[in-house]
Design a protein around this ligand. Structure first.
Ligand code: NAD
Ligand code: DAU
Length: 341
């Protein structure tokens, strides 16, 4: 049985990845390390915790001694690093934490991989490292060979980590891969992000705060398709390579918000155009040709199906998000959205 160390498994994509691997790979044991920041929810892992192939360890990836102990005890062959501070808006308010977790945390994990001889370190990165594309150039896409050009402290921290991962490959010969995925949606996404935030607000007849004019474009991918892509990269991806992950599903923010109103039968008059995000990236659009050509990956979930599955999940799992929005999230929301009016 192979052991996979998954960091950030109590978060949105990491949690979905844990379930994907437990289901699809019966020969894998998962050791999950998560420090349970505001974005980490142990309740996301309730079902996994009952599985004998799953172990949860409440630790911080920046804690070198703790990580060395985890590697010494479990000797993971594969490490998949999801752990990160992931919200652009929070990085604009407080960049320091992003640099520390997203860069230093990655370094600590790679040092452990070197010391304990892991077969693969996989860094879960983002398309935001490429900066943005103009709104009026639908012919332009992000390809893996573009220079990094991050816009926010969050994306700069992810770009820095990517550079470090490639440097560890070149300098020390560490076997690494990087995936750069577009915006994910699906179950267990923290309510600070666009789709769950708008859904929960609309459900409660609260204003829907759209930044700027709502014309910014994101390229949405169902989270399960991202998880499948990472597994394919782990199985057959070439060491030292970067793989973009995305499914040509570009949508304007305003259209997403209107779609959520339609799903819930709520009026568009709930939409409130608020102050724009500082440095707001205009458009993301992935060219997934490389992962398709080399690994045969293509997305399986159409947006029309994935969004209904996602919104149905939020309706059916009220307790999961009500516990979150009734806690410290309230304070965050007040600070973030009252000043932005
Ligand atoms: P998330 O914020 O939902 O989850 C992050 C998880 O990491 C949480 O469980 C948190 O507790 C944990 N964590 C944070 N700091 C930690 C630390 N120092 N030590 C241990 N655990 C820590 O994030 P997400 O949206 O699931 O994103 C996961 C990864 O995927 C991130 O690296 C992000 O950059 C990347 N990514 C996200 C998207 C997206 O659309 N959400 C798209 C592409 C890439
Ligand atoms: O592209 C991948 C990235 O996608 C990941 O690396 C990040 O971790 C993830 O958070 C996401 O970043 P975005 O900034 O694109 O996601 P967010 O959900 O915060 O915002 C999506 C768009 O919606 C963006 O253009 C800003 C806008 N928005 C967001 C919020 C929270 C609003 O208009 N109003 C809002 O209240």
């Amino acid at each position: 049985m192979k052991t996979m160390l998954v960091t950030g498994g109590a978060g949105f994509i990491g949690g979905n990845f844990v379930y994907h691997v437990l289901k699809e790979y019966p020969d894998r044991r998962i050791v999950c390390v998560d420090s349970l920041t505001y974005a980490g929810n142990l309740s996301t892992l309730d079902t996994a915790l009952k599985n004998e192939r799953f172990v949860f360890i409440h630790k911080d990836i920046r804690d070198r001694d703790a990580m060395r102990e985890v590697f010494a005890e479990y000797r993971p062959e594969v490490v998949v690093n999801f752990a990160a501070e992931s919200h652009v808006d929070r990085s604009i308010v407080d960049p320091g934490l992003f640099l520390s977790t997203n860069i230093i945390g990655t370094q600590v994990l790679m040092d452990c991989c070197r010391e304990f001889g892991a077969e693969r370190f996989h860094q879960v990165s983002t398309d935001e490292v490429y900066g943005d594309l103009p709104l009026d150039r639908p012919d332009m896409f992000f390809t893996e060979d573009l220079p990094l050009k991050a816009s926010s402290p969050y994306s700069a921290s992810k770009a820095s980590a990517d550079l470090l991962v490639l440097a560890y490959h070149r300098t020390y010969g560490l076997p690494v891969t990087i995936s750069r995925c577009s915006n994910n949606y699906g179950p267990y996404q923290f309510p600070e992000k666009l789709i769950p935030l708008m859904f929960i607000n609309a459900l409660e007849d609260k204003p829907l705060p759209v930044y700027g004019k709502g014309e910014n474009v994101r390229d949405w991918l169902y989270v399960e398709d991202h998880c499948r892509a990472i597994c394919m990269i782990l199985d057959r991806g070439r060491s030292g390579e970067v793989y973009n992950v995305g499914g040509h599903n570009e949508m304007r923010n305003i259209d997403i918000v209107r779609m959520i109103c339609d799903y819930l039968g709520k009026p568009y008059s709930l939409i409130e155009f608020v102050k724009d995000r500082k440095g707001h990236d205009l458009r993301y659009a992935i060219d997934p040709a490389k992962i398709k050509r080399e690994l045969g990956w293509t997305p399986e979930t159409k947006f029309a199906d994935g969004i209904v599955k996602t919104l149905d999940w939020y309706l059916a799992n009220r307790k999961w998000w009500e516990d979150i929005v009734s806690g410290e999230y309230k304070e965050y929301y007040k600070k973030m959205y009252e000043v932005n009016k």
